[in-house]
Design a protein around this ligand. Structure first.
Ligand SMILES: O=C(O)C(=O)C[C@]1(C(=O)O)C=C[C@@H](O)C=C1
Length: 365
């Protein structure tokens, strides 16, 4: 038997020596990169500019992906550089990100996927508190859910944009998958299942089949449900795998949702605008006058300009019965002449129009 760390095969030893040399170079290069990033950070601070530049980051990814000839997997490439840039931002100035808490909610997972491990995360009790925290400058960014592929729009988030001057800086998709978690490892001992009403609804058929006698109880979040499952005997939670780790629960069954491809779209909100990348989305909200054909007239300049509308949502204004805010997303950036001119044209045709932000278009993958 060989001693630990010493391999009998000289071919492996040879390659390990070469790997060590490469690791040394990588380490030196990462530190060299961080020194340059700190210079950029100092210049940005002098100019009062924000640390995060999503459009620059998006261009970096595009360039690296187009240069990559493998065998490095594209997803791994994105993960590695997300971490490097997260560490870079942290060195420039520690960032604080508010999210709809508590910890281990899907919003927390989306925030961690977006900002990486080196920022300070601040869980908030409501979506309104996330907005408020960023508005007051307590946090640099906030992360809020805006729509789910099965349940539709998160109305509260849409409503808050009317009152807020914050801008959308980025979007993020997260595939939602639910696990059944409990202190006991098996189904037999489970008498009560806790979760957020949407999560219970999304797993209804599975729960009926495998736990027909269990009582279903609603909670404010899937993370709160996991907390309950950790405290109460005979209780289980429908929550994320991450919640299992956080509350030391066993995963009794995984991926119990009735419909696969359940995805939630989240928005990163902040105080500063993001520059054009060439693959962007622009969000706006507007109110039309209460006359026949008003919506058609407001939307017409978009089709005249050849802009691709990717979302249209309506919400009651609550100021007057049967009057609505319309939320529209189009492809393109406010720095594109076609988009800015179209928005100016639309402004003239409606009672109120607000640009909510232009930001890089995210992929659902
Ligand atoms: O280029 C910048 O503006 C930087 O601050 C550097 C850097 C990077 O690590 O490459 C870091 C943060 C920004 O979000 C974009 C890029």
């Amino acid at each position: 038997m060989s001693a630990p760390g010493i391999d009998v095969d000289p071919r492996i030893d040879d390659r390990r020596k070469a790997i060590d040399a490469i690791d040394d170079q990588l380490l030196e290069l990462i530190n060299e990169r961080l020194r340059l990033v700190m210079d950029v950070g100092r210049i940005k601070a002098e100019q009062g500019r924000q640390v995060l530049d999503s459009s620059r980051e998006s261009r970096i990814f595009d360039r690296l992906l187009s240069r990559n000839r493998g065998p490095l997997d594209e997803k791994v490439l994105i993960h590695l550089f997300t971490q490097i840039m997260a560490a870079s931002r942290q060195l420039q100035r520690p960032q604080r990100v508010s999210f709809l808490g508590p910890e281990a909610t899907f919003t927390h997972i989306a925030a961690m996927n977006h900002f990486g491990p080196s920022v300070e995360y601040a869980p908030q009790p409501s979506i309104r508190d996330v907005f408020r925290d960023v508005e007051k400058g307590e946090s640099h960014y906030g992360l809020v859910p805006v729509e789910n592929s099965i349940e539709g729009a998160v109305n509260h988030t849409l409503d808050l944009f009317f009152e807020s001057e914050l801008k959308i800086c980025a979007e993020r998709y997260l595939q939602i998958s639910h696990d059944l978690l409990s202190r006991a490892g098996g189904l037999k001992a489970i008498r009560t299942v806790y979760s957020h009403p949407q999560a219970l609804a999304q797993c209804r058929m599975w729960l009926q089949k495998y736990l027909p006698d269990a009582v279903l109880k609603e909670c404010n979040s899937t993370a709160r449900a996991a907390q309950k499952a950790a405290e109460i005997e005979g209780a289980a939670a429908v929550a994320s795998r991450e919640a299992a780790q956080m509350y030391q629960l066993a995963v009794v069954a995984s991926r119990i949702e009735d419909v696969a491809r359940n995805t939630t779209r989240f928005l990163v909100i902040g105080r500063d605008a993001v520059h054009r990348t060439g693959r962007d989305k622009t969000s706006m909200m507007f109110v039309t006058s209460h006359v026949p054909g008003a919506l058609y007239k407001v939307l017409k300049p978009m089709s005249d300009a050849g802009l691709n509308m990717v979302k249209l949502e309506s919400r009651p204004t609550r100021h007057e019965n049967w009057s609505y805010f319309f939320f529209v997303d189009v492809e393109g950036h406010i720095e594109d002449a076609a988009v800015s001119e179209t928005l100016e044209g639309m402004k003239k045709l409606c009672l109120y129009l607000k640009h909510l932000g232009s930001y890089p278009k995210a992929s659902e993958g």
